[in-house]
Ligand binder design. Structure first.
Ligand code: B12
Ligand code: SF4
Ligand code: SF4
Length: 394
């Protein structure tokens, strides 16, 4: 990464380019992080991470808790430790960007004719926001130290949370996410790895105590034990990452959550110290705030892309999004949605047709459903035929 001349001059002026000047390097890092709009910055010595997080990660994969997130498994060896990915890495500058909401993130859960979308997904994709800012910090660190740098925001096989805890940005709560005293559960994480040795901050210790609010609130009982998540049961995984039909056992519990889930984050008592985030690039998009299911069910591919352009939601693709909206419709008790759902029985994706069958089975009388089934006896896809069989048997 070549630093522009103006930046080079700026650091030369304040004397921060003196190699090995620990205070100056830390000061440059803090200044650039603040100028880039980060809410928190701390430094960890990569060598202090130890083998434990990596071993736990390998157990997570061995127990298949990652479901069909093949990309986590594919680079498991490298993900174990930053040095397995980049042997020269010596320090990790861990940056947090607050996305604390200014309203109750769970407020749409009871409005069953509407959808609830997680806070992180209700704005511009954080990868696009965080990465350029990380590059700015990285560039300054590179100039100040003369050492190589690499930036990460969930873009490479790097476990961000254990590094953040080691750097003292917060601790991994029982819900497994990083909790900060100042920002609660609402921090996006980004990391700059550098080959430079920079004096580290102190690691943070857990402040969960006897609390277990996050564990008890989970609608799908996704925590086999504190600090451990079975992703296959997590609504965030089921609505964002999982590609196939959503397993029947979770459909009712999902309620109207159509993209991600915030329940375990939102109940954490440490959120009370978090100030609402007012970063302009992270402004809440109005179309993500409790959208009506009737409107979502009529979105075709093009309208979907247009409506959610730039947000993480678009990455799920139209078929998966419609699958999720149909599960919410099935949980809505709103019979006025039936014509919209019936129209989706002819959708080109079996994922959508199957979810439509389930939604109708929840909103229509059995006799009406039987008549409808007779009109769809030529269904070509086996998974959709199974949905019909289950719907008619229930
Ligand atoms: C895969 C992934 C997911 C998966 C799996 C989540 C998970 N907990 O692993 C799914 C799709 C479910 C998911 C969901 C969400 N995610 Co996500 N996800 C990731 C990703 C890419 C990797 C995480 C990972 O390595 N998981 C593997 C497991 C094994 O690691 P782990 O959770 O750290 O597990 C540790 C604990 O189990 C611990 N452990 C086990 N036993 C014990 C015992 C004790 C005593 C202790 C202390 C620890 C401990 O050891 C393990 C290793 O350290 C990271 C980005 C990254 N590159 O790190 C983002 C990330 C974790 N996700 C993030 C977010 C925001 C979310 C959601 C909130 C989004 C939403 N609203 O829907 C939810 C939260 C769900 C939840 N409760 O975790 C943020 C979290 C920010 C933060 N403050 O921590 C990250 C860091 C992305 C980012 N750059 O900001 N995510
Ligand atoms: S995100 Fe939702 S489903 Fe996943 S663990 Fe947290 S509360 Fe449970
Ligand atoms: S809700 Fe309680 S147990 Fe869960 S992360 Fe927050 S403090 Fe820890």
């Amino acid at each position: 990464m070549a630093p522009p001349a103006a930046v080079r001059e700026k650091h030369a002026r304040d004397g921060a380019t003196r190699r090995g000047d620990a205070q100056a390097i830390r000061a440059v890092t803090a200044r650039e992080a603040a100028a880039a709009g980060f809410s928190a910055v701390r430094i960890a010595r990569v060598g202090d991470l130890g083998a434990e997080p990596g071993q736990r990660f390998l157990r997570f994969i061995a127990e298949r808790l990652h479901g069909d997130m093949d990309w986590l498994e594919a680079k498991a060896e490298r993900r174990q430790h930053p040095n397995a990915m980049w042997p020269e890495a010596r320090s990790a500058i861990v940056l947090g960007l607050s996305y604390a909401p200014d309203e109750d993130p769970l407020r749409f859960l009871a409005a069953r004719d509407r959808a609830s979308i997680s806070v992180y997904a209700s704005r511009r994709d954080y990868h696009d926001v965080v990465k350029p800012r990380l590059k700015r910090v990285a560039r300054a660190v590179q100039i100040a130290t003369g050492a190589d740098v690499k930036v990460f925001v969930d873009t490479a096989p790097l476990m961000e949370k254990p590094l953040a805890a080691l750097a003292g940005l917060g601790w991994q709560g029982k819900h497994t996410n990083l909790v900060s005293r100042e920002h609660g559960s609402w921090l996006y994480l980004g990391i700059v790895l550098t080959a430079a040795e920079i004096a580290p901050d102190e690691a943070e210790v857990s402040h969960c105590g006897n609390c277990r609010r996050c564990l008890d609130v989970c609608p799908t009982a996704a925590f086999p034990s504190p600090y451990q998540l079975d992703a296959r049961r997590c609504i965030s995984y089921l609505t964002i990452e999982h590609k196939g039909p959503i397993p029947h056992e979770f459909r009712t519990a999902i309620g109207n959550r159509i993209y991600g889930c915030d329940d375990c984050l939102a109940v954490c008592p440490w959120n009370k110290f978090a100030q609402a985030a007012h970063d302009q690039q992270l402004a809440i998009r109005p179309e993500t705030q409790g959208p009506r299911l009737a409107d979502l069910l009529t979105l075709d591919d093009e309208a979907f892309r247009k409506r959610f352009a730039g947000t993480p939601i678009r990455r799920a693709g139209h078929a998966r999004f419609m699958r999720n909206a149909l599960i919410a419709a099935g949980n809505s008790s709103d019979a006025t949605l039936v014509p919209h759902i019936e129209a989706l029985l002819g959708h080109e994706s079996p994922l959508v047709r199957g979810a439509a069958v389930w939604a109708l089975s929840r909103l229509k009388q059995q006799d009406d459903l039987k008549k409808l089934a007779q009109a769809h006896t030529r269904e070509a896809d086996e998974s959709v035929r199974e949905e019909w069989a289950m719907a008619l048997a229930s």
